[in-house]
Design a protein around this ligand. Structure first.
Ligand SMILES: Cc1cc2nc3c(=O)[nH]c(=O)nc-3n(C[C@H](O)[C@H](O)[C@H](O)COP(=O)(O)OP(=O)(O)OC[C@H]3O[C@@H](n4cnc5c(N)ncnc54)[C@H](O)[C@@H]3O)c2cc1C
Ligand code: SF4
Length: 512
């Protein structure tokens, strides 16, 4: 039977909020909602079991919530008979069935998805109304205005504008504490004694819906990486709010100081683990930032912790989204350093004798999570120094993390971590030797390599590859004043030492 609708409202797996702009004027008598689980979203890059479970479970919980309001939801399950396997195919069928006057949606988070939905709308000669996503403090238009006429984009300037615009952590026109940025106070390590007792993370036992999804994922995507056995992510708004409350109460006060620290076997530390709930839109960054600011104003958390946290959300999260939508689609293809090596196979298993990489990769595959410094200065750094093709690195990051949606993952991977955009996103490549990892963690204590050595059987591959990277890219780096110190150190090495390092780096590459 064909129905005639006013609006067919499209809701994607990362748009799970009843307050979303796409649902603003929803009229249950004349409109319906369309949601679809399709293989394409787990296979266009290989999605880990944790990641697919998060999306499908959160979607099913959200659909149940909408149906409980007696709203009409056209929902295709992954294993439904005749599932076409693509968003475009499913939307095509839903349009034929419902004959809507127009399609409505909140702006999606993925350029590829936007193009494919637009193509379906065009095919049916239908208007696709795309509404601003209100789960951000700024619009892409505002970012484009900020970027216009600037030779270089830098987070700090954008962040200050956002602080002025929102009044967050402001005292009139001045930043609270007379300082915009407490980054220098955010680099503590745990010292020899380790992190001690850390408040436990918020984990949520899978309910019947999640258990059903895990069984489906294990059966249908059996060969996909990782495991869903430890699954405990919030997949409803209620659970996400509990996770927020627990973070603010127990971990925020120490978030700043230990933001960059790592410790073997300790994956949760003082981080919020809220990126997944934020990116699914179970939480709005406004409520998250307001809760953090309130913790400062009531004396519960120090300014350096709260500013450090606010900077991530009001600064970085908005900034990377602006970069993504103003630079796509060319951005995804950038490879300024012409890196061509394949991603080492151990990224999919964690089986390597480099202790820092083993820990970061194994926990990522087990939980779909690693904190920022593990992503940037362990898995990302190694790929950068090795010279892995940025698009291969991008596909790994997009596939394995529960919080991975392209608008946020791509600029972080390709720009910040791999410097493949030639410095549009970051002012210099984030490079370091094994000594940095040694300073920020205890990984090196249990590793067969020595972070102080760049050649010989015990040389740390990070250290060898670090000097080799500086040497290979010295001309490009010499144009960057922020790299002068590191290049000065490179120049202290003799020609013989450099030749040995190059040979060892090359031998290491061939083994991967
Ligand atoms: C190579 C690489 C890939 C990344 N891929 C993703 C991704 O797919 N999805 C994602 O959400 N983040 C990504 N990040 C950013 C960051 O690592 C994660 O947001 C963070 O680790 C999530 O854990 P958390 O919620 O405990 O964060 P916290 O450390 O508690 O930080 C608080 C919040 O700030 C936001 N945030 C922090 N850093 C960034 C950043 N650089 N960009 C955008 N938002 C930020 C997140 O929403 C996060 O929840 C990536 C970083 C790198 C270096
Ligand atoms: S020695 Fe090198 S490879 Fe081993 S844990 Fe330290 S940094 Fe990682």
């Amino acid at each position: 039977m064909t129905i005639h609708l006013r609006h067919l409202v499209l809701i994607l797996g990362d748009q799970l909020d009843e307050e979303a702009s796409g649902l603003r004027d929803f009229d249950p008598k004349r409109d319906a909602i369309w949601m679809a689980e399709v293989d394409e979203e787990s296979t266009h890059v290989t999605s880990s079991k944790q990641r697919t479970t998060v999306f499908l479970s959160a979607m099913r919980h959200f659909a149940a919530r909408l149906k409980a309001r007696d709203w009409s939801v056209i929902y295709t399950a992954l294993d439904a008979q005749n599932n076409s396997g693509t968003l475009a195919g499913e939307l095509d069928m839903a349009i034929l069935k419902t004959q809507p006057e127009q399609l409505v949606m909140t702006a999606p988070g993925d350029w590829r998805v936007l193009q494919s939905l637009r193509a379906v709308a065009r095919k049916h000669d239908l208007n696709l109304e795309i509404r601003d996503d209100t789960h951000f403090f700024s619009t892409v238009r505002e970012f484009a205005e900020h970027a216009q006429g600037r030779k270089q984009l830098r987070l700090e300037y954008f962040y200050r504008e956002m602080r002025h615009k929102t009044g967050i952590l402001m005292d009139g026109k001045k930043p609270i504490g007379d300082q915009w940025n407490f980054d220098a106070d955010n680099r503590g390590s745990f010292g020899k004694q380790g992190p001690g007792l850390i408040p436990p993370p918020s984990r949520f036992a899978p309910d019947a819906i999640t258990q059903e999804v895990i069984a489906l994922v294990n059966q249908r995507l059996a060969k996909h990486p990782g495991s869903a056995a430890s699954f405990g992510w919030p997949v409803t708004r209620e659970d996400a709010l509990i996770a927020l409350e627990e973070f603010i109460a127990h971990r925020l006060p120490n978030f700043g100081l230990y933001q960059d620290a790592m410790w073997e076997g300790e994956l949760w530390l003082y981080h919020s683990h809220l990126s997944c709930a934020l990116n699914l839109k179970l939480l709005n960054p406004r409520e998250v930032v307001a809760a953090a600011e309130n913790a400062f104003r009531t004396g519960h958390a120090p300014l350096q912790a709260v500013e450090g946290f606010v900077r991530q959300l009001l600064g970085w999260r908005e900034y990377v989204r602006g970069i993504y939508w103003t630079q796509m689609p060319d951005y995804a293809e950038r490879n300024e350093q012409d890196a061509q090596a394949p991603l080492p196979a151990f990224y999919w298993t964690g089986q390597t004798d480099m202790a820092c990489l083993r820990d970061a990769i194994q926990q990522t595959l087990a939980h779909g999570y690693a904190h920022h410094i593990q992503r940037l200065m362990v898995t990302g750094l190694y790929a950068l120094l090795l010279g892995v093709k940025p698009q291969e690195v991008h596909h790994w990051y997009l596939g394995v993390f529960v919080d991975a949606v392209e608008w946020v993952e791509l600029p972080n991977t390709l720009g910040m971590s791999q410097f493949a955009d030639g410095g549009m996103m970051a002012s210099k490549p984030y490079i370091a030797s094994g000594k940095y990892i040694d300073r920020m963690s205890n990984h090196c204590k249990g590793c067969r390599f020595n972070p102080a050595l760049s050649t010989g059987a015990s040389a740390c591959p990070f250290t060898t590859l670090y000097w080799d990277y500086l040497h290979r890219h010295a001309d490009m780096l010499a144009k960057n004043p922020r790299m002068l110190m590191q290049l000065k150190n490179l120049n202290r090495l003799s020609a013989e030492q450099l030749a040995e390092i190059s040979a060892q780096a090359q031998a290491h590459r061939l083994q991967q």
